[in-house]
Each structure stands twice: as structure tokens, then as C-alpha cells.
Design a protein around this ligand. Sequence first.
Ligand code: PRP
Ligand code: ZN
Length: 299
Amino acid sequence: MSTQNRLRIALQRSGRLADSSLELLARCGLKTMRGKDQLVCVGENLPVDLMLVRDDDVPFLIREGVCDAGIVGFNLAREIELELLGRGEDCGFEIEQTLDFGACRLSIAGPEEAPFRGLGDLSGQRIATSYPATLAWFLREQGISAQIVTLSGSVEIAPRLGTADLVCDLVSTGNTLAANGLIERMEVSQSQAVLLRAKETFIEDRAEVFERMLERMRGVLQVRESKYIMLHAPRAALTDIRRLLPGSEIPTVMPLEGSADRVAIHAVCNENVFWETLEALKAAGASALLVLPVEKMLA
Ligand code: PRP
Ligand code: ZN
């Protein structure tokens, strides 16, 4: 198959989102020839190639048409979008799907010893960040005028160096802030991993491959919490039982050999099934309860 027809997805090579991004694609059935140190991972069983790059490069690779899609933190996509918008340019990518991993927040933090009473205390301060466009947007929204100090890395040491009073940085576990004697003061926005796609129409068959990968990704996201539940119950309790099944679609009801008033019920629950639910089902007359994990789902 020509490379024209191979979908290119950009992923972070190493860092917070790297492992989960690869794992998601693996769960979508993509097998790649390993070689993590290489820039390109070739898909063996699907016309999909992965480009392993710095996360900051992902949105630009899509914008420049080198890749068709990519996985990055929402915070980064938003920052680049806002920055380009500020220059009157279109970003060329859009968010197709949130991916339920890599949760973190962009927050303003300051030294423990510096008192902070609220929003008004940001006024006139110097705030160091790698997300200047997002911070500018936030300050504008809040009607605060402060000085933004743009840094490309090691933002957390700026207050100690005296180059800024506060920082605006990503917080995940909070370890980085704590290690630098900083306290989170105010949340600017929340973030998680997202799938980006080029706004432009895909070349040839790539559109079809993208749709297929997207559908599989959605399937993976959906089954994460899903359970398959099987039980026996009196036919008369059917309505009660259905009400107790968390997030289930129409269950399958089957007769039980040699039993006129009891039936077997099978259902997919789109939420986790807890012990409390099983106990309630039992109290409603259910028996032979069995809960199984769901591996794949295609609606
Ligand atoms: C962010 C941020 C902090 C760290 C916070 O960096 O800049 O350094 O994560 O995480 P913690 O609260 O768990 O300590 P990121 O992972 O985005 O790396 P990058 O800026 O090098 O891309
Ligand atoms: Zn980065």
C-alpha cells in the first residue's frame, strides 16, 4: 500500500502522556514494530504509522500536514490555538475526542510564605508560565492586569530566582509544586489527553482509517468501566431488576430449562457494578450472579 494511504498519528515520545497514548493505540488493535528511539513506528497490521515526538510538536505537525492526528494534553492544544488566534491565524487542528487519561490542571501557585487572599492579589504581580496565551486569556476574563513572564521550562524555580512572584503551571500530583515550596492558589483550567485531528480533509483512504481508529478508541473508552452481568431472577421481578442494573441497555432475557417462573438475564452495564448493587439485586430475588469485564465493544 502506498504511504499516501497510511494514517499518521503524532504522539509524545516520553513524558506524562507517552505510555498511556501507546497503550490506547495498542488496545485499538494496532501492532507496531518496536523501536521507541525511532521517530516513526510503523503499524504492522493497520495502515497507521506513529510519529514519536516532543508533545509541543504534536499540534504543529498536524497544522503543517505532516500528521493527520495526534494525542496531546488539552492544555497544550488550547495554548497553541489561543496563541495563533491572537495572531489572527487558524490553528488547523481540532479536538475530536477527550481520552480520559492524563488528567491535570493549569494552576496559579505562589510561595508558601507569600500571603494570598484571592483573585485581586494577582493584580500587578509577575507570573511565570509556559502557557502565556492561556494565562493572558484567563487574566482578561477575570479583569486582572498582571505581568506575564514567558518561560519555556523550569517555571517552578522562577519565584526563588526572583524573576517572578507567582507561577502558572501544570499540576498533576502536586509533587513539583511541593518540592519547590509553592502552594496552589487558583485553578485556571482543567486538562486531560485529547485526540486532535487535522481540520483539512484527509488524503485518500486516510479518512476511512481515521474513522475506524476513532470508533475503536471510543469502544475502548466505553468498555473501561463496563461490565457484563448475568443472573437468574423471578420473571415477576424483572422490572425491579432492570431498574437496579447500572447504566444498562435493554437486557437479554432467556427462559431457564425446567423452570417456568425464573429467567436468565444478561446485560451490559456501562458503569462499574459494585457489591451494593449485587446485594440489592439479590434482595430483589436474583441468584447465580456473575459479573465479567468487557474486553471489546462495537455499537
Ligand atoms: C508538568 C509541569 C510540572 C509537572 C507537574 O510538566 O510543568 O513540571 O508536570 O506534575 P506534578 O504535579 O505531578 O509534579 P509536563 O509533564 O507537562 O512536562 P513538559 O512541560 O516537559 O512537557
Ligand atoms: Zn512539553
